[in-house]
Design a protein around this ligand. Sequence first.
Ligand SMILES: C[S@@+](CC[C@H](N)C(=O)[O-])C[C@H]1O[C@@H](n2cnc3c(N)ncnc32)[C@H](O)[C@@H]1O
Length: 275
Amino acid sequence: MIRREDYEFIRTLVYDYSRINLGTDKQELVSARIGKRLRALNLPSITEYCELLRRPEGAEELSNLIDVISTNHTFFFREPAHFEFVEKHIVPEATAEKSPHRRSTFRMWSAASSSGEEVYSIAILLAELSLSRPGWNWQLEATDISTRILKRAREAIYPEESVAKVRPELIKKYFQKGLGPQEGNYRVKTELGNRVTFRHLNLLGPAYPFNEPFHAIFCRNVMIYFDRPTQEELVRRLSERLVPGGYLLVGHSESLTGIHHRLKMVKPAIYQLPA
Ligand SMILES: C[S@@+](CC[C@H](N)C(=O)[O-])C[C@H]1O[C@@H](n2cnc3c(N)ncnc32)[C@H](O)[C@@H]1O
């Protein structure tokens, strides 16, 4: 079990760096997850792990700590209503002849992309929608605080269970079936992968590295880990990155109720920046 002062130290460190709010009662979860780091570093106790984190070389370990603490659960086409909204509203609005938001490139951002299933689902959808829009340019950004999970996202290799919700004809078109040692795995095809730029980014860290605004931002199933002031700050920062009339999509279990923002709710978990 973790000592109270060690828990408080870890909790504060994680909050200060990532703004993930562990609360006062996650001792068991935190001990279990730090267990992985103790084994990797061959350390006998969490107290010694905290000592390492306090030393200058602990700065490097901090990102490993965030890696084990953060929850990366995700899957292809999670929360399908959002993909339907992209298809029925966001893309048609942005590509309409007379749209004031028409730009040379349609841009979307998966702001807490985890291992990539979310952004590749968007890529599959946009690739399908581009069939009826010859010459349409689109490009995707995907970011996450975890370097370990970003590595997996860039590799783009997924087990069969993970692609289970992808329609078979889309699997055939956009994935390569693994052979030999990769039997049972599916790899996103390079043409699709090339549409996505993955970057390491702390959503609450220094300035975002983008020059162009986005037509839509998916920031799903990450806000639940933040406290209200952090959620408010994040929504403000994300809103500044939208084109006028652009959309912010949050997880269905997340809501912007009770926080100040300048977005209009258009559907549950879908918000629009007024044009
Ligand atoms: C549960 S996953 C959500 C994945 C995907 N958006 C979805 O809805 O399926 C949450 C992700 O948020 C990332 N995360 C947590 N805190 C973050 C922060 N401060 N900045 C950027 N990403 C963060 C975690 O590393 C994790 O991969």
